[in-house]
Design a protein around this ligand. Structure first.
Ligand SMILES: C[S@@+](CC[C@H](N)C(=O)[O-])C[C@H]1O[C@@H](n2cnc3c(N)ncnc32)[C@H](O)[C@@H]1O
Length: 229
């Protein structure tokens, strides 16, 4: 695991939600909700869910809004993020919090029937190792939902990245969090990441089938849902 990335997320935890919601005009909230709908649209009911790279817990809370009976484990390697997630959860039942590295999860094989991961996989030292670890902890027939900024391909997404993610976000995100470097990293990590099609192929190679892709805001972000073989 990268200790630089771990400490960077620890540093920006306190302002993470404010920056996300302000700079995306609350779109990030809609994107998580839409990703949960994409997962459940065929009547799928998540029961034992892992929110990987959970941060302050917004994806876990979106799952609980749709399926209040789900048991959701939030895993993240940045303790300050999990501390804030616990506060936001406000004693809601069915949530547990685990400090863990996504590349070496402290869970048994097939421990979960659903996995959600919002803006997390882009940060992993090894993407393929991360996908393998996701596959390992999921039961056959279960679903993985990945919401992410992939390398932009369409014209709109490319322009949005150059202008908004490349300059507005580091300036505004940097000002709010007092950490411009963190928001420059977030921009570069998306620009240098795989495309959504490459990610789909990686999932198919590592234990997933029927991988569906939905674009959010014309390809600025994507939700990718795969079924564990
Ligand atoms: C951009 S935030 C996303 C948070 C949240 N999922 C969301 O939807 O807003 C990325 C999170 O992934 C966590 N993370 C990055 N690499 C990780 C790793 N190797 N293991 C565990 N957590 C990791 C960071 O600590 C951070 O909280």
């Amino acid at each position: 695991m990268s200790s630089n990335i771990q400490s960077m997320f620890g540093r920006i935890a306190g302002t993470y939600d404010q920056v996300n919601h302000t700079l995306s005009f609350n779109q990030d909230i809609q994107w998580r909700k839409a990703s949960v709908s994409q997962m459940t649209k065929d009547g799928y009911v998540p029961k034992k869910v892992l929110d990987l790279c959970a941060g302050t817990g917004d994806f876990a809370l979106a799952v609980k809004e749709t399926t209040p009976g789900a048991q959701v484990t939030l895993a993240d390697f940045a303790k300050p993020m999990l501390t804030l997630a616990k506060k936001k959860a406000n004693s809601q039942t069915g949530l547990s919090f685990v400090e863990a590295d996504a590349l070496k999860l402290p869970f048994q094989d097939m421990a979960f029937d659903t996995l959600v991961c919002g803006f997390g996989v882009r940060n992993l030292d090894s993407l393929e190792k991360g996908v393998k670890e996701i596959a390992r902890v999921l039961k056959p027939g279960s679903k993985a939902v990945i919401l992410e900024f992939f390398k932009p391909t369409g014209l709109f997404a490319k322009l949005a990245y150059t202008f908004y993610v490349g300059s507005v976000m580091p300036a505004r995100g940097g000002a709010i969090s007092n950490d411009k470097a963190a928001y420059e990293y977030l921009h570069n990590s998306a620009k240098n990441f795989v495309t959504v099609k490459e990610f789909k192929a990686l999932m198919e190679k590592n234990g997933f089938k029927e991988v569906s892709i939905e674009a959010r805001m014309m390809g600025v972000a994507y939700s990718v849902v795969g079924i564990r073989k």
